[in-house]
Write a protein that binds this ligand. Structure first.
Ligand SMILES: [Zn+2]
Ligand SMILES: [Zn+2]
Length: 196
């Protein structure tokens, strides 16, 4: 079920009239880091609005961060993307980067995404969400569905949620694509209750 987009709050009593103001909706900025299919961005814009009650906009594209590529691993350092995304962060909002390249963090083979709660920035990689990565035929709809799930998961971290033991919850840790395909895109009742 979609969260309410805004919550009316009583601002002030003026001359016997009750004035209402809309609480600022959650703002999310999407940034492409490399070539991202417009259909994926469109799907995220719609899905994040619905699932998080957010005002979602696209901020265009930024280049892949200089020095992020590790030629030995042939992957990109996920942390470097977070640093490059911080200037895009709106006041009291969140920024989510999307990239077609494969990401890693030290001590892990790869990551589907990474979030920094303090900087309110997250990045997701489409590389391993594409069936083609596993030698399967392309499936744009499946890619969009997986990208939306990973996006909601990382944004959930930015909103203060940790991992959840419920396998069907979007905050369940995806160790493999099978985990991603099984879960979400929604939050379990407990995680939804914890959302700010
Ligand atoms: Zn996570
Ligand atoms: Zn949960």
């Amino acid at each position: 079920m979609a969260r309410r987009r805004t919550i009316p709050i009583i601002l002030a009593f003026l001359g016997g009239q009750v004035m209402f103001a809309e609480a600022a909706p959650r703002r999310i900025i999407l940034v492409s880091c490399g070539m991202v299919p417009p259909a994926v961005l469109g799907c995220l814009q719609e899905g994040l609005t619905k699932e998080l009650g957010a005002e979602v906009s696209q901020a265009g594209a930024m280049p892949l961060p200089a020095g992020a590529y590790d030629p030995r691993r042939r992957q990109y350092r996920a942390e470097a993307f977070l640093t490059s995304l911080t200037p895009y962060r709106p006041v009291k909002g969140l920024v989510l980067g999307l990239t077609p390249v494969d990401l890693f963090v030290p001590h892990l083979n790869f990551v589907f995404g990474l979030a920094d709660f303090r900087q309110k920035c997250a990045i997701i990689s489409l590389a391993r969400l594409q069936p083609e990565f596993y030698g399967q035929p392309g499936n744009p709809r499946l890619l969009e569905e997986r990208a939306l799930k990973e996006a909601i998961h990382e944004l959930g971290h930015l909103l203060g949620l940790g991992h959840c033991p419920v396998p069907a919850c979007i905050m369940f840790f995806s160790n493999s694509l099978a985990d991603t395909d099984r879960k979400g895109p929604g939050f379990c009742p407990e995680c939804r209750r914890r959302l700010p």
